[in-house]
Write a protein that binds this ligand. Sequence first.
Ligand code: ATP
Ligand code: MG
Length: 570
Amino acid sequence: MRVSKLYAPTLREVPAEAEVISHKLMLRAGFIRKSAGGMYSYLPLAWRCLKKIENIVREEMDKSGAQEIMMPIIQPSEIWEESGRWSVYGDEMFRLKDRHNRNFCLGPTYEELVTTLVRPDVRGYRQLPLNLYQIQSKFRDERRPRFGLMRGREFIMKDAYSFDLDNAGLDVSYKNMYDAYVRIFNRCGLKFRPVEADSGAIGGSGSHEFMAIADSGEAAVVYCDKCNYAANVEKAELAPIVAPEEELKPREAVNTPNCKTIAAVNEFLHEPIEKSVKAVAYASEKGLILCFVRGDHDVNEIKVINAAGVSEVTMAPPEMLEAAGTMGGFMGPVGLDNKKTIILVDPTVMNMHNFCCGANQVDTHFINVNPHRDFEPTIVADIRLAKEGDPCPHCGGKLTEARGIEVGQVFKLFTKYSVPLKATYLDANGKEQPMVMGCYGIGISRTLAAAIEQNYDKDGIIWPVAIAPYQVIVIPVNTKDEASNAKAEEIYKALCDSGIEAIIDDRDERAGVKFKDADLIGYPVRVVVGPKTLAKGQIEVKARQTGEMTMVEATGDYVSAIKDVLNKEK
Ligand code: ATP
Ligand code: MG
């Protein structure tokens, strides 16, 4: 490729809406252009990178025994009605009608389609296990499309679905995909961690997310510094904290005028925050859920949803609190009806003695409250949000917090879809059994963005070699100098002939402009051919990742020398 021909329109000014570095750099360097919120055209450089990621994914999926297929982007509503998701998927689904007024959607995910695809054809146990995957655009009308390719409304995803005879088979398929994902993200040059993820009602270790570690990540993860435990904070389990034994004191109501926050109450009462309990109130389809955690802890909404067995929660309105006999700012577990209201208490609170909490009356708190003696919860469950410094649930080590970009997820579905969609097979005894399923996604376009979030400097992108748009750029410093121009053309041709993906900057531009553009786009290796060095019989080879410069003989086996520099890059 010749830079003079390359369609990579660069920008001097980046639109203000570009908040994260990958979005800014991809706009500036001419990789992508926006068509509508969360929808982008991929220009030649981005498309080359995406194809490379796709190919790595394809090779590793094929190696793992999965088979590539391609399903329609437009899906009929009937299959979603069958699974029960047509009405619950909500506004994230792009819906459309055909000329006969029939309902369709643009595929956000493919559990329904793939399950109904195999349903009529897979009948006997000998046809299983089976793993089918595809790589294509997915559509989700995200509430907040943002960060460029990180959270789009149209994005490229690889999705795979496994079908097994039983749970033991699913374990094998799951492990197989997990291992393939480790190979894929390693080959893409990402710094990543597989973390335990929330798997909703399924529970257990039913899901892992692959998190590219980056400060701009939307997810928070915690990992142990001693063992290899790592989890999304949504999921991270926490052992209850034991409070030192104390003699139980009589409960007392105290006046706490205008003390509506836990900090204000503690200051007013001169109590340490570890001796206080704070409340968070949620509305749900099962009514009011009052959650109680230690004053210095925070409530994890996902854990609340799982513990209470509800589908979602929203902040409880004041009328709801009033009807339950309490009010914002002064909520406490004492005196409430645990049958009418779900009183959900963190186990650490159940271990506390003589604590302070709201008294369900204006400007009043109780001190010396004790569990069992003073109140009975409806549910005791871990609802605490993990944070830096918490003990590891596996080994007791300390948890460290980091931000992550979810680039992939593996998930055990069990029979969640095969039962309602009636995807069954006949076992060896001729008995009908539901297929046991797993699903496995990788955000191809998000992975591209994540790679940039991890690899850039003030000058631009620093591509991992495996996914770079081109591996080597050859720059003749002065195209009017015939000798160096001819040498650059010769080197470019020799590199291409030896199978290296090379590009030559043949523009009649100043050297500074060419260097700037090369750094911005982030080619792993830059070869500079200029009259001064050439006079000494040399060319200059620079590695983008390390900045290391090597002088190479202009007439020797420079291809091998350039390859050596390239091979040292990651
Ligand atoms: P998120 O929690 O980030 O919304 P998700 O859990 O809904 O993602 P999955 O259904 O697990 O996403 O999709 C599989 C993969 O597709 C994700 O791991 C992610 O890499 C990618 N992905 C999901 N939504 C988007 C999006 N809006 N834009 C780009 N990639 C996405
Ligand atoms: Mg996910």
